[in-house]
Design a protein around this ligand. Structure first.
Ligand SMILES: [Zn+2]
Length: 93
């Protein structure tokens, strides 16, 4: 699944997920592009690993890293929540 940075911005806004970096107190976050299985990420798009089956069968969590552009602190968001929200928007809320 590929989503745009605009969709991610809307997601974080809807969750009130704004705020300063807990390390350096600046507020300049950037989503790190994550390549999909095909190794390609379009400009302005991010590929999410969203297979819940993979989550069940392996002990790892698919996450989207968001990086502080001042100090490099990385926060992580479970992509299932992002996928669920995007599906709700597609379904009309
Ligand atoms: Zn920081």
């Amino acid at each position: 699944m590929k989503i745009t940075t605009e969709q991610l911005t809307a997601y974080f806004d809807s969750k009130g997920a704004k705020g300063a970096c807990p390390i350096c107190s600046t507020d300049n976050w950037s989503v790190t592009p994550v390549a999909g299985p095909d190794g390609e990420v379009q400009a302005g798009e991010i590929a999410l690993e969203i297979s819940t089956q993979m989550v069940r069968s392996h002990s790892w969590v698919p996450v989207l890293p968001v990086v502080c552009q001042n100090c490099g602190f990385v926060r992580m968001h479970h992509t299932f929540w992002i996928q669920k929200w995007l599906a709700e928007q597609t379904d009309g809320g």
